[in-house]
Design a protein around this ligand. Structure first.
Ligand code: AMP
Ligand code: MG
Length: 353
């Protein structure tokens, strides 16, 4: 009798217990999905901010930091044992998977940009002191000698074997594309974790992934080059569907990122490969929005050098592949058609169709 009473209680308690377990699981799941984590890192000569939401946010960001350090260790010209430093010293070698990908993408962007983007720019970067040396203004004769080595078509690369041979004086610099590649790689790494959304800012290379836990839009401030305004405007994007395909890059290039002043003149770090001097195309800030972080980074540097007319021509030939926000030295702001409705600015802007 006592046993029956006891088992009756248990029977009545089971549905209650199950309901409690389900509620606790739902609460934990809800908490887990919204769980946010962040990291700040100094790498690739810049401050990087990473933020992620989701059950695995801590682990995913730890992996992201490892990935940043790994790629920095391959590309840094400041680290003597990096793959790029070794290539620059030895002038030949079998490339790692990362370098193969980056070299092939660099060749593609070199071609798209009519040579404005050229990773063999390194000897000229060094002459100006942008490669960790003393800032100085090299003379025309010195620059024209160095420009003889700036030419990506002089690189002998086999896509099949992954071997690269370069002329004796050539040296490579992936500074114009490496951060965007890193952001894209991290988005690919995130796909292995339970991450609902993430936002990375690798020194002006912003990459958004997935969606925010509250379902609101991602907002990205586009930096202003002159300090008169805190930012040029705000870009808003809806949440993206999960996986590495659900990520988007917004990358800005501007001379204000790195420069020095000499005798009242400003000299910045984006070099026109035709002159060996800081690019003076009339564009002072170029933002590229695109699903492909590597392309966005390479193109932002390339278009800064190309100037407005060539930028528009390039965009029209690749409609739907990337979008642009261009700001020129006359204070005029231009936005390509695909960002109409996503970009808000205090400055009136013209839409490019
Ligand atoms: P970003 O900040 O992405 O626009 O890249 C600027 C960096 O790209 C510089 O610090 C150099 O390392 C490198 N760079 C400068 N000029 C060029 C160029 N014309 N083509 C490719 N890379 C460049
Ligand atoms: Mg770039």
């Amino acid at each position: 009798m006592g046993n029956r009473r006891f088992s009756g209680k248990v029977c009545r308690s089971i549905p209650v217990l199950l309901a409690c377990v389900i509620i606790v699981c739902l609460l934990l799941d809800h908490y887990g999905k919204g769980k946010s984590a962040s990291r700040s890192v100094f790498a690739m000569d810049t401050y990087m901010e990473l933020m992620a939401y989701g059950t695995d946010s801590e682990e995913a960001l730890d992996r992201a930091v490892v990935e940043i350090q790994r790629i920095d260790g391959l590309l840094s010209t400041g680290i003597a044992e990096s793959e790029v430093s070794r290539l620059n010293a030895e002038k030949e070698g079998a490339l790692s998977e990362d370098l193969r990908y980056l070299l092939e993408r660099s060749m593609e962007i070199n071609e798209m940009s009519g040579g404005a983007f050229d990773i063999t720019i390194y000897p000229v970067m060094k002459a100006w002191g942008f490669a960790g040396g003393e800032f100085r203004v090299p003379g025309d004769e010195e620059l024209s000698k160095l420009l003889a080595y700036v030419d990506m078509s002089s690189l002998k690369y086999s896509q099949e074997s992954g071997r690269l041979e370069m002329p004796r004086q050539a040296e490579l610099d992936f500074g114009g594309i490496g951060k965007g590649y890193t952001a894209q790689r991290i988005a690919e790494v995130f796909a292995e974790y339970d991450i609902g959304g993430a936002m990375l800012n690798l020194g002006g290379n912003v990459q958004i992934y997935g969606s925010k836990p509250d379902g609101s839009e991602w907002k990205i401030a586009v930096k202003s080059p002159d300090g008169a305004l805190p930012y040029l405007g705000i870009l808003s994007f809806e949440g993206l569907s999960g996986g590495a395909g659900g990520s988007r890059a917004v990358v800005t290039s501007g001379g204000y990122e790195r420069y020095f002043e000499k005798d009242g003149e400003i000299y910045h770090h984006i070099i026109d490969p035709r002159t060996g001097k800081p690019s003076d195309s009339g564009l002072v800030s170029v933002t590229v929005a695109c699903g492909d972080g590597t392309l966005a980074d390479g193109l932002s540097t390339a278009i800064f050098v190309m100037g407005y007319d060539k930028a528009v021509e390039l965009w029209r030939g690749h409609k739907g592949e990337f979008e642009l926000i261009l700001f020129d030295d006359q204070g005029k702001l231009y936005v390509t058609e695909g960002l109409e409705g996503s970009f808000v600015s205090e400055i009136e802007y013209e839409i490019i169709y």
